[in-house]
Each structure stands twice: as structure tokens, then as C-alpha cells.
Design a protein. Structure first.
Length: 308
């Protein structure tokens, strides 16, 4: 059993300004996405350049921050938002939503695609593998702040959070950082290293995020002001993860159905050759493939005709 090491959330105090660890984790998240994106863009035939990657990270950062904050107030503190709309802008009080940040990124990628003339899923398939590593840094920021702790457990690796109570709990923010961050990053990065059908990479990341989050919510302490929101066991995080899982499954089916149809179409296409007509005009005629058995039958008919 471990005890949470009380960590000062302020990494550097310069007197006139305080630099928080949580802010540095966000900076590390965006920096890692930028570096990984530039690395992928440098590959031959990527269809991307360094300027586009930098622009995409800028749009994505705005989407994460704005979407995360708005989503938190809508999904987790809607009553407070109704009573005090200005609470939306008091970001120093804390409160960011992963699902809200995801929606913000989707909107940001739509705007980015319009500017750079890129299809939505061309952008998403490129950006999706860059997200999980940034998510890992975000969860490390939660751990430093001593927030998002887990449910009570008797597991040998349980952690006591003295600022919460003296009960052993799951360090759920570390679980999320590991599974939704590091593990999903390696899965998405390796899977996307080869050419995949359009939407397939986005599908893998969506199912990964949604599935891991749904499972880990069983170990995470529900938000005190919300508790269980459905069936006396489902949390808000699980409710919001279900559409993400379903979306990923749909994208996966569409991606591979499109690939199957394209493959089938290429296989049944009949090659064409150019031949000259009696009038000397060039015409295209289809080369019809006949089986060996049919050729043999035609040959036998000709031989019988000669014998007659």
C-alpha cells in the first residue's frame, strides 16, 4: 500500500507569475503531438508538411481547451452553469472534460480541413494516433494535483490520498494514463504505420478511448455531485463513452466495407485494348477472358467441321 506524495502543484514560483505542473503537462501534450506529427509528415508520400502539422496542432489546442471547459460545464456542472454562466470562464477553479475536449477537437479539425482543403477523415486519421500520448501527460497532471482518485479497494498497490480520507483507493488516474495513454498510443501508432482504409485509424482510437474509459470507470470514484447517473451503477463517464464506442464500430465497418467494395470493383474491371476497324478507325474493345474448357470445346468443333 502506498501513500499519495503531496506534490506542490506549482512547479515554479517567480513571484509575479506561478507556473503550474498541470499547465506544463498540457504543454508537453501539445509538444509531443507536434513532434510526432512532424515525424509522420516527413515520411515519403504522407501528404503532409511541417506547416500543416503546426497549424493542425494550433487548431487542436484551441479545441481541447475550449471544448474541454465547455464540455465539463455542460456534462458535469450544468446546474451551476445555469445559475452562474460566468463560471464557464473561471478556469482557475479547475474542471476539464475529456469528452468535451474530443468534441472540441472534432470541430477544430473540420475548420482546419476547410482551410487546408483536406477531407475530414484524412485529417482525423493523421491526428488520431497523436492524441493518446498527450492524454497520458494530462492524466499525470491529474495525479500531481491529487484529483480524480479511485474507489476504495484492498489491492496491494492501493494508495491513500490524505487530502481525501485515509482509505486505500485505486490510483485511477494512473490506470487511465497507462491504458488510455501509453497502451492506446502504441496500438494506434503501430496500426497507423501502414496504409489503412480511410476511417480505420480513427475507428481504432475511438473504440480504444471509449472502451478503456468505460472499463476504468468501474475503478474510478464517481463525481460527488453526480454519483451514479443510470441503473445505479453507470457513471457520466460511461454514459459519454458508449456513443464513442458505437461510433468507432460504425467507422470500422464503413472503412472495411469500402475497402472490400473497392477491391471487388478492381477485380471485375475488364481490361480494354485498342483495335482498328475495317475503316481504319481505332476502337476500344473488351478482352473477354474464356476458360480453358471453353477454348477446348471450340477447338473440337472446328476439327469436326474440317473432317466433314
Amino acid at each position: 500500500m502506498f501513500t499519495y506524495p503531496e506534490i506542490d502543484p506549482i512547479a515554479l514560483d517567480l513571484g509575479f507569475i506561478q507556473i503550474h505542473w498541470y499547465g506544463l503537462m498540457y504543454l508537453a501534450a501539445f509538444a509531443s503531438a507536434w513532434w510526432l506529427g512532424k515525424y509522420r509528415a516527413s515520411k515519403p508520400g504522407s501528404g503532409w508538411n511541417a506547416e500543416q502539422v503546426s497549424d493542425m496542432i494550433f487548431y487542436g489546442a484551441l479545441g481541447v481547451v475550449l471544448g474541454g471547459r465547455i464540455g465539463y460545464m455542460l456534462f458535469y456542472n450544468f446546474s451551476i452553469l445555469l445559475d452562474d454562466p460566468l463560471a464557464l470562464f473561471r478556469v482557475w477553479e479547475g474542471g476539464m472534460s475529456f469528452h468535451g475536449g474530443l468534441l472540441g477537437v472534432l470541430v477544430a479539425m473540420i475548420l482546419f480541413g476547410r482551410r487546408h482543403k483536406k477531407a475530414f477523415f484524412e485529417t482525423m486519421d493523421f491526428a488520431a494516433p497523436l492524441v493518446p500520448l498527450g492524454y497520458f501527460f494530462g492524466r499525470m497532471g491529474n495525479f500531481i494535483n491529487g484529483e480524480l482518485w479511485g474507489r476504495v479497494t484492498d489491492a496491494p498497490w492501493a494508495m491513500i490520498f490524505p487530502h481525501v480520507d485515509m482509505l486505500p483507493r485505486h490510483p485511477s488516474m494512473l490506470y487511465q494514463g497507462f491504458l488510455e495513454g501509453l497502451v492506446l498510443f502504441f496500438i494506434a501508432w503501430i496500426y497507423s504505420s501502414k496504409s489503412r482504409p480511410r476511417m480505420a485509424v480513427s475507428a481504432v482510437v475511438a473504440v480504444g478511448f471509449g472502451g478503456f474509459r468505460f472499463l476504468l470507470e468501474f475503478l474510478r470514484q464517481p463525481d460527488a455531485h453526480l454519483g451514479f447517473v443510470a441503473l445505479d451503477w453507470m457513471t457520466m463517464g460511461q454514459i459519454l463513452s458508449i456513443p464513442l464506442i458505437l461510433l468507432g464500430i460504425i467507422l470500422w465497418v464503413l472503412a472495411h466495407r469500402g475497402q472490400t467494395m473497392a477491391t471487388a470493383k478492381s477485380e471485375i474491371e475488364v481490361p480494354e485494348v485498342e483495335v482498328k476497324s475495317e475503316q481504319g478507325k481505332t476502337q476500344k474493345k473488351e478482352v473477354k477472358k474464356t476458360s480453358d474448357k471453353k477454348n477446348k470445346r471450340n477447338s473440337e468443333k472446328k476439327n469436326r467441321g474440317k473432317r466433314k
